[in-house]
Design a protein around this ligand. Structure first.
Ligand code: FPP
Length: 256
């Protein structure tokens, strides 16, 4: 298992190994076109397909998508129902294509709130793609960063009830986080103009590069992804060190 820790300093490469995205702006995309908000979600799913493929082609190892936050249940009932249907349909149809392309699917979040049917589809999709070695796509569904930290603390204490508080370190807690199988995101992208983390991966984004764009999610395509990657490549990731201490990463020279 890959244990996330801010103490492990990843190499800055040409392409970020882990990209995490808040896909925002579906509703506004639709409203601008005088369409119902749910039409934006349908087009949002098209953008998911495009970005998954673009990431696989570019050699990204982990792509994490915030599909439904713990707060999204507060939306109008018909919109929530539509999103659940879209999710269910994707779990049936898209997973077949993902599997054919060696993509592993994971779903993180408090899944107990989903219908038994959806929970079953998630379990089946994860089991089916578990052995795939290409891109790992993680869907954050009914996910919240604070929920993740709390469930990690609970799991840690259940496993080690006699734990001495003075011995707890990052590496004691990190294996219990929902995404313990992945390194921390190198690049965080939020579409739709807002500049917030919105209770996404709170622990894991500690040292990630943050990229915000006004582009609405349905319009986010491979060219927009490349803009985000170009911005990422220009950043100097210091992880608390001084500029002088940062050695130029080997993978950068000669790459466009
Ligand atoms: C945010 O836009 C988007 C969502 C809450 C849902 C995201 C869902 C998809 C992209 C499609 C389905 C994806 C999967 C993985 C099945 P918003 O509605 O908040 O837009 P707004 O801010 O303009 O209102």
């Amino acid at each position: 298992m890959h244990i996330s820790s801010t103490l492990a300093i990843p190499e800055t490469g040409y392409v970020p190994a882990h990209v995490a995205i808040i896909m925002d702006g579906n509703g506004r995309w639709a409203t601008q076109r005088h369409l119902p908000r749910v039409a934006g979600h349908s087009r949002g799913l098209d953008a998911v397909r495009t970005v998954v493929e673009a990431c696989a082609v570019r050699g990204v190892k982990y792509l994490t998508l915030f599909a439904f936050s713990s707060e999204n249940w507060r939306r109008p009932a018909d919109e929530v129902t539509f999103l659940m249907r879209l999710f269910m349909m994707s779990l049936r149809r898209e997973v077949v294509k993902m599997h054919a392309n060696n993509i592993r699917l994971k779903v993180v979040g408090d899944l107990t709130r989903f219908s038994p049917r959806i929970q079953q589809l998630i379990a089946d999709a994860e089991r089916r793609t578990a052995g795939n070695t290409g891109l790992t796509v993680t869907i954050a569904a009914n996910y919240g960063g604070r929920w993740d930290l709390l469930q990690a603390v609970r799991k840690m204490l259940l496993q080690q009830p006699m734990l001495d508080p003075s011995t707890i370190e990052e590496s004691t807690l990190a294996p219990h986080l929902a995404m313990a199988y992945a390194p921390e995101p190198d690049l965080f992208i939020r579409t739709g103009g807002e500049q917030r983390i919105s209770n996404f991966l709170l622990w894991q984004l500690a040292y990630s590069e943050l990229y915000f764009t006004d582009v609405f999610w349905p319009d986010f395509d491979a060219a927009e992804l490349d803009k985000a990657f170009a911005s990422y490549r220009q950043r100097e990731r210091r992880f608390g060190r001084t500029s002088a201490q940062v050695v130029a990463p080997s993978g950068l020279s000669g790459t466009a």
